[in-house]
Design a protein around this ligand. Structure first.
Ligand code: COA
Ligand code: MG
Length: 293
């Protein structure tokens, strides 16, 4: 688990916003998503592309994963967007409007044609009704590609727009899509990030959404404003109680009388090997976060 990459918080910013691109380098986010798609109007796409290129060369984003969100495959901008993201040495791309496995083969072919390294990350927006129908095939195809197709990002605004589903505080209309995306991602070893909360002034609602995403099994959440960062990091970090309990489980399984046991008792609770595995993961995540911050 040493290679665990913290993905608690991923902040979007429009490629046209030079101040935001600069400010992000000093915020406690795990990932920076520099946007060329919906956050940028059609007539300023080229300007946004060059501002992102400059930001990637100029600012030191340190430990933060630097992802460029491209315009969709088949758009007039996709090819130039991808070339810039590779040439400017970003850590990867986020590709919107994925519909099915063919899109992933298409991306791989295009990355190969422009000479991207095999470690280049490809994150996928899960935001169309068709993607929700094809979610298992998309996850399986992602896991079999040469490039780092390793993360789903939920696009809840687009899902609401296309389907007519409402964005209610309890998120019941979205539950099937959120949950099936987590399931598909886990089945094939991918990460998954929750959609954005549009109302960045209502931090109580935002906190409830973070907790909901964490309970569903998300690794983290996508954000739109610096105000959202602290609550998000807090929610998606293992709590002190979880870390303490995990360390107790690991220590207990190492005691001589428990060596080779499949099930033991810790403080009056049944603990099995599967709990040991969860405990090891929790400690690995906590260590990675501690190293990163
Ligand atoms: N990333 C980095 N910094 C950001 C930011 C972001 N997404 N949003 C705001 N900031 C910065 C501002 O530059 C400002 O910095 P400063 O005061 O230190 O100079 C500070 O945070 C306060 O910003 P504020 O005035 O409250 O926000 P705003 O009214 O200028 O902008 C939004 C509000 C929603 C337009 C803006 O937050 C935004 O563009 N968010 C991202 C939208 C996006 O990318 N959408 C596409 C994906 S869903
Ligand atoms: Mg979208």
């Amino acid at each position: 688990m040493a290679s665990y990459q913290p993905l608690r918080s991923a902040l979007y910013m429009p490629g046209t916003n030079a101040r935001a691109l600069e400010k992000a380098a000093g915020l406690e986010v795990d990932c920076v998503i520099m946007d060329l798609e919906d956050g940028v109007a059609p007539d300023v796409k080229a300007d946004a592309r060059s501002q992102i290129q400059t930001a990637l060369k100029t600012h030191d984003y340190g430990r933060r994963t630097r992802i460029v969100r491209l315009n969709e495959i088949g758009s007039a901008w996709f090819e130039d967007d991808a070339r810039m993201a590779v040439a400017a040495a970003s850590d990867g791309i986020l590709v919107p409007k994925i519909n099915g496995p063919d899109d992933l083969h298409d991306i791989s072919n295009r990355l190969s044609a422009i000479g991207a390294s095999k470690s280049f990350q490809v994150w996928l927006m899960m935001e169309t009704a068709m993607a929700m129908l094809n979610i298992a095939d998309i996850a399986r195809t992602a896991a079999s590609q040469d490039y780092g197709f390793n993360c789903f990002v939920m696009g809840t605004n687009d899902l609401a727009k296309e389907t007519g589903a409402a964005q209610t505080p309890d998120r019941l209309p979205m539950l099937f899509w959120l949950s099936s995306s987590v399931t598909a991602a886990r089945a094939y070893g991918l990460s998954v990030l929750d959609g954005v909360s549009n109302n960045f002034s209502d931090l109580d609602r935002f906190r409830a959404e973070c907790v909901h995403g964490k309970e569903l099994g998300m690794d983290g959440k996508t954000l739109i404003h610096p105000k959202q960062v602290a609550v998000c990091n807090e929610t998606f970090s293992p709590s002190d109680e979880e870390i303490t309990w995990s360390r107790k489980i690991i220590t207990a399984f190492e005691e001589p009388q428990n060596k080779g046991q499949g099930v033991i008792s810790v403080e009056g609770k049944m603990v099995e090997i599967l709990h040991l595995e969860i405990a090891r993961k929790t400690v690995a995540i906590a260590d990675a976060i501690a190293d990163a911050t």
